[in-house]
Design a protein around this ligand. Sequence first.
Ligand code: SMG
Ligand code: MG
Length: 370
Amino acid sequence: MRIERAELRVVSIPLIHPFETSFGRESEKTCLLLRLDCEGAVGWGECVAMSGPWYSEETTGTARLVLAEHILPLVLGRDFDTGDDVCRALARVRGNRMAQAALETACLDALARSQSVSLAQLLGGVRTEIESGVSIGIQESPEALVRNVERELSAGYKRIKIKIKPGADHEYVRAVRREFPHVPLMVDANSAYTLADADRLAELDHFALMMIEQPLAHDDVLDHSILAGRIKTPICLDESVHSAEDARKALDLEACRVVNIKSGRLGGLTESVRTHDLCLKRATPVWCGGMLETNIGRAANVALSSLPGFTLPGDVAASARYFEHDVALPNFELTLGGTIAVPEGPGSGVEVDTRRLDQVTLLREEFTAG
Ligand code: SMG
Ligand code: MG
């Protein structure tokens, strides 16, 4: 399958609810969307880099530049039959994983469509539905958080993740636990603490949390392994794992007991499957993270979550939590059982709504071979 044409768009879509983490507040989703035309098949990929380098080094701007000047010239006019082929073509590219992932995901979507299989099938998925959890941003008060948790639980979500930071941690977790003693609950600090906070983090052990996600620095594994010896709550790594190799090293160091898999952070779906395979072999549960994706990225997350090692509910929630009008349809909906159905049709299972896409596009560029 030859990549004949690429179209890159910068889009900005208002979020229904602003989302606050330890590193800042987002009211709009700004991202890059990439369309590939491949001998009659069309594939879409979403680049999850944020508008600024807050979650990771990459931004919408850096990803646009790297795709336009370095990645697309490596692949336009070339043939691909598997995700491994795409990885080989991109082997010279260091870092810039979210940009690489957008390209690779669009290739796999086109590939799945050209073979009339679903993206989930192409990746080796085995589930027809995935368990869905929600990630709730930092709220103005513990009471506001409790109201939020209540709303999500009555919507049917199976697991609640709350964002924490120093000054918005124990009080918030305690308030939720008091109201919901048995709910599967976890916290995500997005690197807001250091080892000096170990005693304070150990106090979270009283709240029977499923795990604490990325308490320490975004580029650390060693301190996480020391912290793991000082707290009982299992540690899950997000920001510090960029490859299956990183996951292996983290597990060897006992820096975590759970891994958050995000295809953007890992450079694509192929590396995500490799990371999943490694964790499965090492009996380490994984779950699929989220980056406030549009339905284009959400569809890829749903497909990935259908692999057998995704045994914990992820941050892949229903579309209606994020945008009034998404750029691709149909929306993903929560079933009564708190799950999301894995699309069975060809490709990712969503189709881009061109009118809506045009409304939210800030910039559009086209590229062809040569
Ligand atoms: O997609 O519902 C979602 C957000 C999930 O919490 C989420 N993502 O560190 O795991 C994480 C954050 C990173 C993105 S913050 C904009
Ligand atoms: Mg996280």
